[in-house]
Design a protein around this ligand. Structure first.
Ligand SMILES: [Cu+2]
Length: 888
């Protein structure tokens, strides 16, 4: 009857949908569950415009988990048990952590009923064995375009036995296709307990794909659209560092109660294991669990992780070896650092991979550690490095292969497709950041071991030291990998089909339109008396710190008031476009972002070239894709793009204010760093020779590697390679006068067609001129043509986490569309967040915005009563029988 009532209001309830069914779920009869009342359409903004087409029930459960073969059978963890509710019946994933990977699609809205089935806290049997976490939960889908009431607001928490409906409308902000996102993740966001609850296991991936027939795009199918590696070859990898207890007692019970002796298996006794003895988790994972496709079906995909020993803690724990429990120091306000590396909550797993391309979705799940990930390999086939990726310097060429990292092709940063793929040496991840890379394992050859190694030193929760962990500090390469690799891949011999491609273009970023800006705000992040503050205040859900007008944009500046702290800053609901860092402009063409403090040991050396280093590091990676495009225009057959159309889409006529903005940026650059646009140290008759040297030693190997990715092995005299060099040098000649100074008029002349929307007047592909400028100008002024540090990808120009390094500032542009209501901005070192480094901001009607904090009582927006959606569900009762541990 309830379902019929819903249908009468126009809600598309499928026949036999979950809210008409009660009884056993089709999961080997384990769980009988009553899922409560149908969802209430009027509790959701724009429900009828985005009617749910796919229904899930996601239970948060406590379970037994095997972190590592040497750590015993079953530690405690929290995770998810997800059920797809279809007219033809229920299908469930096996409980596990991370939770199931959602394969969502634009155009296919989802309704997920989240049920808190966690045990109560307490010491009695059957109560939670994770003493540090709080079984009170909310769930944030980071950084989806989701209405407030479904967004997992920190105060919208549930207690055990309650449920909450999350409506994921799955449409891009403002219906602008450039706003589309890709790799998202969901995680607990409970006020004051986010760090502990995520650490306990409450997180998972949510992928967004484009709908079939959308033309170009990310289709979840490597025969369509951009043809990225898909299905089995699209691997989610979530990084958590963990700390295990030194002493454990069987299933966390007190010795007093059980009379059993504690068994020591923790940190002191278990030495770090080695990859030589690694268990292959790819074989152990149950292929029939853990992935939810957009149409609600499950597909057999082998993922590491996602597989519990048993769920419903306390009901099925007998017979297991006592195992070390993860521990969490809830009173450490700096941040929590573990000494074991887990990927998908397996400690240093080994995965067997096919000799072909993979898309690796890298996610820093926190709570507090930063990563700088490099790809290393052992047992590589001869000829691999020269033919495919190429050493980026002669210095590296002379080192043993195992001591040279291999490049990765970045496709997304924080879920945003980059305008072009970017070839990088490392991927830097602040907490909550995601970067998707493509790695071709075929290139390494059968039997090769490929390691993803974190080389960023971090000793406490305050942030990384920025010192590189050096391979040469270890007695053997294997010691280095065992100590620092997060995950290892072993390349199998048997060839498989690989229909995936490396596209030349993805989509363009949404434009910055300063005419949309209604307000500018400054947020200063600091520390005060044991709490983390924003503008001097701690989080108060009843105080609204910013009133943002619906359908407007704002410019926010994040300022780090501390000299010893790193803060990865995240704001919900909409992406940042980074305008400036420390007052220096961030151009759309530059991919590298934050200016990284040079390693301490190299500080003195760096100071002598300080004015060049920043610019060089920023622009280095931008040069790779763009300079190549200068001579090798995109092939319509390869990418599906027509060049003219891509250019028209990329450069509509820019409004006068944008043109003015660009002019201002150039002026700012000149004012702040007068050397930036000059070649002062290059004698007029030498600059061309310096440029040629730089081409030969740095850019050419990079371009060769990039061409090789696209077209196969490339010879030194390949005409395409030569053309790139000539085009870049010609561009440089056009911009640089005989005296070595930049001809600003010439630069503006080249920029004009872009700003005025006359793409047909552009001789080279977009950004080619910028790239030549950016790559060459700083370089030819350097005495040493080598970069001090390999190019590192730190997230790109559009993202949802801004890395706020000590004593720095980041200025971003954001726009808010489509929904009203309350959200938060906070530090994503989630320990800092829990110690109050968060603000509430509300989207309010036009004309009702405000600058200074107000009481929430005085803020009118939709007036929806979120309390009304917190319902008690009737009962959940596991059948009682022990659930046998599976092979994992
Ligand atoms: Cu912080």
């Amino acid at each position: 009857a309830a379902a019929q009532a819903l249908r009468d209001t126009g809600f598309a309830v499928p026949e036999g949908a979950p809210w008409t069914v009660r009884g056993d779920l089709a999961q080997d009869g384990r769980v009988r569950i009553d899922i409560g009342e149908p969802p209430a359409p009027d509790a959701h903004q724009r429900f009828f415009e985005f009617r749910p087409q796919v229904f899930y029930i996601n239970r948060e459960v406590e379970l037994l988990w095997r972190f590592h073969p040497q750590y015993g059978d079953a530690s405690s963890s929290w995770g998810y048990h997800c059920i797809h509710a279809a007219p033809e019946g229920f299908r469930a994933t096996r409980p596990g952590s991370p939770g199931p990977t959602f394969h969502a699609r634009y155009g296919a809205p989802i309704m997920t009923r989240r049920i808190n089935d966690l045990p109560e806290i307490g010491n009695q049997p059957g109560h939670s064995r994770l003493r540090f976490a709080l079984p009170s939960t909310t769930s944030h889908l980071h950084n989806a375009h989701t209405a407030s009431e479904s967004d997992g607001y920190p105060n919208d928490w549930l207690n055990p036995g309650e449920y909450w409906d999350h409506h994921y409308a799955n449409f891009p902000s403002g219906h602008d296709d450039r706003e589309r996102l890709s790799t998202l993740w969901y995680h607990d966001h409970r006020m004051d307990f986010t760090a502990s609850n995520v650490y306990a296991g409450l997180d998972g991936f949510y992928f967004m794909f484009d709908q079939p027939g959308a033309g170009n795009g990310d289709m979840d199918d490597e025969t369509q659209g951009w043809r990225l590696p898909s299905g089995d070859y699209d691997l989610p990898l979530i990084f958590h560092d963990l700390l295990f207890a030194q002493e454990i007692v069987a299933r966390g019970e007190d010795e007093k109660e059980t009379g059993r002796k504690p068994r020591r298996v923790g940190r002191e006794q278990s030495t770090r294991w080695t990859f030589e003895s690694a268990q292959d988790w790819s074989d152990a994972a149950d292929p029939a669990r853990g992935v939810l496709l957009a149409d609600g079906t499950r597909k057999a995909i082998t993922h590491v992780g996602l597989s519990a020993v048993a769920d419903d803690a306390g009901k099925s724990a007998d017979g297991y070896d006592p195992s070390p429990e993860v521990v969490f120091d809830g009173f450490n306000i700096d941040g929590v650092i573990g000494d074991r590396w887990s990927v998908n909550r397996r400690v240093q797993p080994l995965l067997k991979v096919k000799p072909r391309k993979y898309r690796l979705r890298l996610l820093n799940g926190g709570p507090s550690r930063f990563y700088d990930l490099f790809l290393h390999a052992t047992g590589v086939s001869p000829g691999y490095r020269a033919a495919v990726f190429g050493p980026e310097s002669k210095e590296k060429q002379s080192r043993p292969a195992t001591q040279t990292s291999h490049q990765m092709l970045v496709v997304t940063g924080d879920g945003n497709f980059q305008p072009n793929p970017v070839l990088v040496n490392s991927v830097y991840l602040g907490v909550a950041q995601r970067v998707d890379v493509i790695v071709d394992f075929a290139a390494f050859g059968a039997g090769a071991r490929v390691y993803l190694v974190n080389e960023l030193e971090q000793e406490n929760g305050r942030g990384p030291t920025e010192r590189r962990i050096r391979q040469s500090d270890y007695a053997t390469d294997q010691d280095f990998f065992d100590a620092n690799a997060q995950v290892a891949f072993e390349v199998e011999a048997e060839p498989v089909e690989d229909e995936s491609r490396f596209p030349l273009f993805f989509r363009d970023l949404p434009p910055v339109d300063l005419s949309e800006v209604r307000r500018e705000r400054l947020w200063e992040f600091d520390y005060d008396g044991g709490l983390w503050t924003i503008n001097g205040d701690i989080f108060d859900p009843n105080r609204v710190d910013a009133g943002i007008e619906q359908d407007s944009a704002e410019i926010w500046t994040f300022r780090n008031g501390g000299s010893g702290w790193h803060h990865p800053i995240h704001s919900h609901f909409t992406e940042f476009i980074i305008l400036e860092q420390d007052g220096k402009p961030f151009s759309q063409g530059s991919i590298q972002s934050e200016l990284t403090p040079p390693p301490a040991a190299e500080q003195a050396q760096a100071e002598t070239r300080a004015s060049d280093t920043g610019a060089a590091a920023r622009f280095e990676s931008a040069a790779a894709p763009d300079a190549e495009g200068a001579a090798a225009p995109p092939q319509p057959g390869a990418s599906g793009f027509s060049t003219g159309q891509a250019l028209r889409e990329a450069f509509p006529a820019a409004p006068p204010e944008a043109r003015e903005g660009l002019r201002r940026r150039i002026e700012t650059l000149r004012r702040r760093d007068p050397e930036a646009l000059r070649l002062e140290s290059a004698p007029a008759d030498d600059w061309r020779a310096l440029a040629e040297t730089y081409w030969e030693t740095v850019l050419k190997p990079q371009q060769k590697a990039r061409l090789a990715l696209l077209h196969g092995p490339i010879a030194d005299d390949d005409p395409r390679l030569i053309a790139i060099g000539e085009a870049a040098l010609a561009t440089l000649e056009r911009f640089v006068g005989d005296d070595g100074a930049v001809d600003e008029a010439a630069v503006m002349d080249v920029l004009a067609p872009l700003m005025e929307g006359r793409p047909q007047d552009i001789r080279f592909r977009r950004h080619a001129h910028f790239a030549a400028l950016a790559a060459f100008l700083p370089q030819v002024g350097l005495r040493q043509p080598m970069l001090p540090d390999p190019a590192r990808f730190m997230g790109g120009p559009r993202r949802d986490v801004a890395l706020l390094l000590p004593n720095t500032e980041v200025t971003v542009f954001m726009r808010w569309k489509d929904f009203m209501g309350r959200h938060v901005m906070h530090c994503h070192n989630v320990v800092h967040e829990d110690y109050a480094m968060m603000i509430r901001w509300d989207i309010v009607p036009r004309g009702k915005g405000f600058d200074t904090p107000r009481s929430s009582d005085s803020v009118a927006h939709l007036g929806r009563e979120t309390e009304s959606r917190r319902r008690k569900h009737i009962e959940v009762h596991p059948p009682g029988g022990a659930h046998k541990p599976d092979d994992s």
